[in-house]
Design a binder for this molecule. Sequence first.
Ligand code: SF4
Ligand code: SF4
Length: 449
Amino acid sequence: MIKTVHVKKGYQLRIEGIVDATLKSLKTPDHVAVCPARVPFIKPRLRVKKGDDVRIGTLLFEDKQEPRFQFLSPGGGRIDDIRFGPRRVIDQVVIALARDENQVDFPALTDRTLATISRSDLVNMIMAGGIWPLIRALPFRDIANPDTMPPAIFVGLDDLEPFQAAPEVYLTDNENLFDFGVRVLKRLSDTVYVTAAKANRNVKNCLNGQINLVHTGKYPAGDPGVLLYHLKTTSKENNSWFIAGQDVLMLARLLTTGHYPTERVVAIGGSAADEKQHVQARLGASIADLLGYPVDPAVMRCVSGGVFRGQVVSPDGFLGLYETALTLLPEGNEKEFMALFNPGWKKQTYSRVYLSHLNPADLTVNCNRHGDERACIACMHCADVCPVDILPQLTYKAVLAGEVEEALAHGLLDCVECGLCTYVCPSKIELTDALKTAKAAYRKEREGG
Ligand code: SF4
Ligand code: SF4
């Protein structure tokens, strides 16, 4: 039976630059990279040095705290550079690809061996094959603990953040692979929810009966944390796991072929993008290879991962492990002529101060904050959009005052870090960052340091 979750709060940004449903293949790049600094909560320990030869699937680095979390090379060739950020954080491990890439062989499964392999052997195969970090756990969104049995695993197909890779694009011709991946997940947990937006008929046609949880509502209705918040009946379910739909294909590719998967579909969107399209790209592709044209960072911003949750990347940077969306937005530094008298027919507004709320067209978004942080005016916009019924302004005040218990009582751990409260706040208060940092600090304290 298909369950339905109705998410009443949230917000759908009407934004220009929607991604076309066609899929374009890119030529093999010269370089790919892995970005350890973009994997939250790990302490990377390098296993290669500059100049080493690597194959697809060679171990590049592992987590010092949990060495079974392994991060493998998405390309075969030579380690071209290891770039460090502030405080010697390992920013990028760059691989120059060889003309003929070699690959590491891992054991593979068939339908029959999947049914008979023990759960612990299956977990070990996924970890040795470098795919385990794609399975993450609520509420902190860290890599799932392989020694636990989760109450449920959520597979997310539609997360409704603008410009994400469309599931009907990456699932086409991969339906059987997806089915295999879901069967792998069913060996890890008794409950696996394959989730999609109720309105997305394309996905339902593609998957023919595999979806067992649909959601209605605005962004971030499809987020696993939001779905869990609306479904859970006990606090034990708070530690459920989740994996993105496209990563189920990665998992299945590793286990059916015995080779580390190297490709992903990436959505390129945003009003400043020349071509708004899906591309079949190498894992760890550079921004330059994905776009195929130069970007001036003074006038255009590259955001990797999504407009609300993503991060700004340099045009000479690379996509991170969890990122399958690249958005290009104008910086918006230009001074507006007669700004005070502009009725804002094309300006984004949540609070309806501009006439644009009467304009049915998708609107431009730029990166200009239009002002600095001010004191909270108790407008309650943040609470009105919060999909998990937190009062963000009160939780934020508790966090600032160091009142951890009070912040927890307000529902801090339910926060899905969606970014909406920050977006709608007329006082420009960075609510999401503060709550995300507080969650991470609480996790650190709970883990004992
Ligand atoms: S508190 Fe803010 S970031 Fe957290 S779920 Fe609510 S709206 Fe999203
Ligand atoms: S949206 Fe901003 S100003 Fe309004 S109540 Fe929330 S924190 Fe305060």
